[in-house]
Design a protein around this ligand. Sequence first.
Ligand code: WT7
Length: 662
Amino acid sequence: MSDADTELEARLEEQDSFEPPESFVEQANVSNPDIYEEFEENWPECWEAAADMLDWETEYDQTFDGSNPPFFEWFTGGELNASANCLDRHLDERGDEVAIEWVGEPTDEANRTYTYEDLHREVNEAAAALREMGVGEDDVVTMYMPMIPELPIAMLACARIGAPHSVVFAGFSADALATRMNAADSEYLITCDGYYRRGDPLDHLEKANEGLDNVEHDTETVVVERLPEDDAFDHDLRDDQRLWVDAVHAHKGAEVEPVARDAEDMLFLMYTSGTTGEPKGVKHTTGGYLSWAAWTSHAVLDIKPEDTYFCSADIGWITGHSYIVYGPLALGTTTMMYEGTPDHPERDRLWEIVEEYEATQLYTAPTAIRAFMKWGSEFPDQHDLSSLRLLGTVGEPINPRAWKWYYKHIGNEECPVVDTWWQTETGGMMVTTLPGVKEMKPGSAGPALPGIDAEIVDTTGEQVEPGRAGYLTIQKPWPGMLRTLYQNDERFVDEYWREYSDTDSDDWRDWTYFPEDGAKIDEDGYITVLGRVDDVINVSGHRLGTMEIESAIVGVEGVAEAAVVGGDHEMKGEAVYAYVITEDGYDGDEELRDAIIQGVEDGIGPIARPEQVIFTPELPKTRSGKIMRRLLEDIANGAELGDTSTLRNPDVVASIQEQVQK
Ligand code: WT7
């Protein structure tokens, strides 16, 4: 490092707040600081600004309907179609402009560019194919696909005919696919033959087929061929399966009238992890969700039609739904899709893409930034990143060091960084700075967005003092919020509302949304999110339920009981620590350890793979028989342990501690 660099690093290290760059503010979509006050005074009508970002087939007659809490409705009476908003309405002015720029993992493969016209045509053909298969309005279509263009095409085709999609992340296991198809009674699956991961083709259809074997009802499958012939795997399609090319090409040139959907009609389902072993089917609607995705893309990501916007998330998670597909396309911009990982073939792959396509925004996860930081600034330094105007992060807390590295080495101190807190359930961003308005404080996501009423409270619901840890709550509804858990209203109330609401009240003001995150707030209203307070852990920005992992482990032969906790991890944020009791007091060995890891990969997927498996004859329990998870977390972190004498079995602690490798 040169002296000048060292000096700069030292200065950055001390600086704890950053003004938005002047050059950014001048051109920002939102730059009026009064927006916070205006939205507060004008709630809920302020959210008409979000609805106004869309084209409605029938105007809504009520902005917000809070008459049946917590089943809130937005823009009621309105009708619209999400695919028409993402495609048709851009055709006149922007038909020739690029909608999706797809980059495959192999560097010698041509990229695929879809203009709005191309995308419109392909979505129409796919919609016609789905209709012919019998997909009707409100039939849930499951997609189990990696980052290939047919995934957003299929999503938009479903939206066009009013069939909700349920996208299952391609890295999830066959079992996870089956669980989700069964839970949603989904009779249709769109998947693909395979894809590339770090140079190797993966056989995805085999995994999909294994999943289908465990689906309890009849299904029909469409298979996209992503792999070129040389790399393709040998598969015979089953009777209830057909190729995408055959299904879609039979409808060349077809036009499918977009179905007018009620604002409150379901646009999609997304399964996410919760406290119990059963994933939760988060239901999002057409009007509220789409307007939320569009408005936040406009206000926070500062997306303009002429941008080339790059979000490196996977469409299989909510980030990709809202901020690769729906938000950017609703605004008529160019959205990038990259199939591979940032380190293949070299650790500069992302920077190469940013340079080549002149990306204007980059939205990624802290775990990726920590990896970039570890690899070193020589990789971004090899490339011209001056096209970038804004940087974003999402998925987990970002430590100030990583934030500053991102700000300096990727943004050249010229791009605001938005640290965006939100969840699958919130549909879109909730807590973050408005990049053209607010100063940034590394490590703190920022104030709640205008019109969002966030409070940090204690267990009784009282607001805590600035600087003290408490629980994040959202006091007022917002358009992008989940409407319920699919076919499980009761669990919806229990999971998100019961904690802080007067559940007997008919007045929506008595209802408070609880996201199950810990947080603190400073004197300026900036919120630092501390992490989950339920039994959910966050591994590399991926949300995993410890109960789901435990049940996968307990299913392994030779295992009697298991407790899973998250331990701190330098790169992943958190990592999976599995404490396992074997059957018959048998000492665990390598073979059982491997079987447990395999069991987790089969049950959930490689992302949930335990970092460490610790065999123990007993788990530390309270006198009343509850497993002391806190203690297991402290042990995983090598932390000082408090008083353990109140345990029923204090002796086990030392023997467990010895086994944990630090
Ligand atoms: C959980 C939601 C949001 C889309 C991707 C993850 C954590 C998310 C932040 C942030 C601190 C964050 C929370 C939240 N989280 N963003 N900027 N700072 N924590 O969606 O899988 O539904 O997970 O991710 O704990 O509850 P998800």
